[in-house]
Unconditional design. Sequence first.
Length: 509
Amino acid sequence: MLAGDAAVLDEARTAPDATHGGVAPGHARVAKNIVVLLASQLVIWVAGSGLGILLPRYLGDTDIGRLSFAISLTSFFAVVVIFGADTYLAREVARRPESAGVLAFNALVSRVPLLIGAIGAAVLLVNGLHYAGPTKDLVYVLSGTMGLTLVNSVLAATLQGLERMTLTSTAGIIEKIISGVLGVGAVALAGMGMIEYSLILLAGASVSTSIIAFHFVRVARLSFKFDLDVSKELFRGGAPFMLWAVALLIYGTVDITMLSIMTRDDVVGWYSTAYRFIGIATFFPTAITMALLPNISNVGVSESRPLIRRCLDIAMLLSVALTVFFFVGASAIISFLGYPEGFRHTVLLLRILSLHIPLTTFAMVAGTVVIASNRESARTKAGVIAAVANPIMNLAAIPFFTHAYNDGAIGAAITSVIIEVFMTSVMFALVPRGTFHRANLSRFLRAALAGAVMAALMIAASPGGLIPMALLGGLGFGVAALLVRAITIGDMTSMAGTVMRRKNASAAA
């Protein structure tokens, strides 16, 4: 992790949980979990999202649009079914691990009626809106993932609260290998279509859920006792998280639904393909926030400030590099992947949506601090505002850009970035005072300077195509980051050293 500037280092040395070796036990545990989760997220990206970006080459923009809509719709209903159990469980199990089995069992049982209702609602919706047959079939198949998502989310969140995340990460890797390698292989090599691909997605989710369930029984064990009071607590406690998740999904994906209604399937395909690339960039902040939440929920935000600041520094550093890569390299990426001609529209969308990356990264880290501070209700209110504002803005933006440029997705992309700016500002305002430091801003500005060097080198290498651009730009960013001290050699060895000390301590015990 990053060492931070002088003020941050001074606070780290004098923190109440510091140990003789200068490494707090909680910090070492978080570092270990970040390394594990980062490794798994990277493999998941390669096996899943990385291979998934090949799909447009073989399915075309129309089928990609249909598939994206079906995934978006069933994901929305899955969030309602989970009803905030995942985040609430992770936090509460970290605080009272002895109740893990009771909380998990009641979370599962109490949500079965929601599951039944959600599947019925998804089926009724696509029939009521008279979607084409292929789209309906996709929704029917993917509705089967809702139950698997419920079990997976509840058990994985409980294990997250217990800080036992290694096997859940492995399960995610296996799922993405099945859906990515087998799914893309079936489409690219065997000539299969959307329905076969969606069935492979369902199979991958089934295997992953089975692995997590087996691991959970060994680690925590379900307590097969229904407790009405516990179920009520889970619904009350999970409600703000559910509302947040629904709001997040609405302001994050309602544009896909609106594009599917107001434009054409190919436009949805351009937009969802650009979003798929941007989604790749969340793999590192996801690893950080999953590892941070149990620790700071248990220890407290004020005691965890040095750790939070260091995690933010390194997450923002990577976000700058990814933003530059997607913004400058958008056209080269589409050409390199051999997408059909229609996907030339994705280039501009990818550049616009790349502005999401640093905003989303900061919001994810700050949002984790907000949750650990029990301020999720305020965050949820902001999410509801964003969820209302997004479709209202899109009602104007999509038709305008459809008429002016024959591409309503441009309006949806601009609206999406504006909403993300709003949410990032809210997360900053909700974080407890003093959590972040001006040293964090200093590190970010230095990273931005390194990003400017990277952009210049990528543009210079652009005649050679994507690979020279990526190699020269990446090398230039790394060297520039070291020269301007956006990162130091000590920073790069800090996490590895922390994890090794944790490993040696565990072995000695």
